[in-house]
Design a protein around this ligand. Structure first.
Ligand code: AMP
Length: 209
């Protein structure tokens, strides 16, 4: 099963993706997480991506598309994959169609009132990237690897506002794109983590090969 998760920053893609990856036994591929890991390792890619991420802008397509193309060619993607944060614009979606199939695009529909507190209260493990929240999942250290929890630099209210405007302009047109291709499956992302998970599994089916 090859799935694209689509929705505004903070809609819950990053929370649902690992749950779905575990359920269906396929890799979770997050371009944001790849960039953050590269930055933590101080690689050339990480240093380059940082300039864009810090400003809430998209990393250029020439870099991002090549990265995803290479990742999807790995053997663990043969059975399928969950793309979280890619594609982020119509050009990326058109390019993806040339090297990777998409069986469904799950669109996380969410209200603006739900979004801002989700983002500004979000905390991530600086070691493994697991996601927490000061209200719904408070913790001092990571349950998975005991790493230190931090606020992502781009989760400040200021950068969030910029990311939202980039989302509206660049990414929201993908709703139409995948609708036209008959692949769009919309879920109500204002609900709790469990309710959203159940809705997605109901839409995608229990088992997939
Ligand atoms: P995310 O973790 O998905 O919220 O992504 C964090 C940041 O990484 C974004 O604000 C962008 O700067 C960059 N990024 C992630 N995915 C992409 C993508 N598909 N295209 C361009 N930039 C991306």
């Amino acid at each position: 099963m090859r799935i694209v998760l689509l929705g505004a920053p903070g809609c819950g893609k990053g929370t649902q993706a690992p749950l779905l990856a575990k359920k269906y036994g396929i890799p979770h591929i997050s371009t944001g997480a790849i960039f953050r890991a590269a930055l933590a390792d101080k690689t050339e890619l990480g240093v380059l991506a940082k300039q864009y991420m810090d400003e809430g802008k998209l990393v250029p397509d020439t870099i991002t598309i090549g990265l995803v193309k290479e990742r999807l060619s790995q053997p663990d993607c043969k059975k399928g994959y969950i793309l979280d944060g890619f594609p982020r614009n119509v050009h990326q979606a058109e390019e993806l169609a040339t090297f990777g199939n998409v069986d469904a695009c799950v669109y996380f529909e969410i209200s603006m009132e739900t979004l801002a507190p989700r983002i500004t209260g979000r905390r991530v493990c600086e070691k493994c990237g697991a996601t927490y929240h000061i209200s719904t999942h408070p913790s001092e250290t990571c349950d998975v690897c005991h790493g230190h929890l931090i606020q992502r630099a781009d989760d400040s209210l200021e950068t969030f506002t910029k990311r939202m405007s980039v989302y509206e302009k660049e990414t929201a047109p993908l709703i139409d794109f995948y609708q036209k291709h008959g692949l769009l499956k919309t879920i109500n992302a204002n609900q709790s983590v469990d309710e959203v998970s159940n809705d997605i599994v109901r839409l995608l089916g229990e088992n997939h090969d």
